[in-house]
Design a protein around this ligand. Structure first.
Ligand SMILES: [Zn+2]
Length: 82
């Protein structure tokens, strides 16, 4: 998914800088159905801006807003660490 497409479904919040995802969701507010695959929207945003995510890493939010996809608010964390 392109950044342009992502941004069509985003509401920017001036105060916090968050980009709230308002696109189509499945199950809960963190998921989107893309090409029949369930992909976390924050992972899509990261990949659209920074490229692919190494195996074992997950995308986390500095702002603790689950539906925020501002790449400046995202960081990668090793999920395998206890
Ligand atoms: Zn945010």
């Amino acid at each position: 998914m392109s950044i342009e497409k992502l941004m069509e479904f985003v509401i920017p919040v001036t105060e916090s800088g968050c980009w709230l995802w308002i696109g189509e969701m499945q199950d809960d507010r963190d998921h989107i159905n893309v090409e029949a695959a369930q992909v976390r929207i924050d992972r899509l945003s990261w990949e659209a801006h920074y490229g692919s995510i190494p195996n074992g890493l997950g995308v986390c939010h500095k702002c603790n807003v689950g539906c925020c996809i501002n790449p400046n608010h995202l960081f990668l964390q090793d999920n395998r660490r206890p």
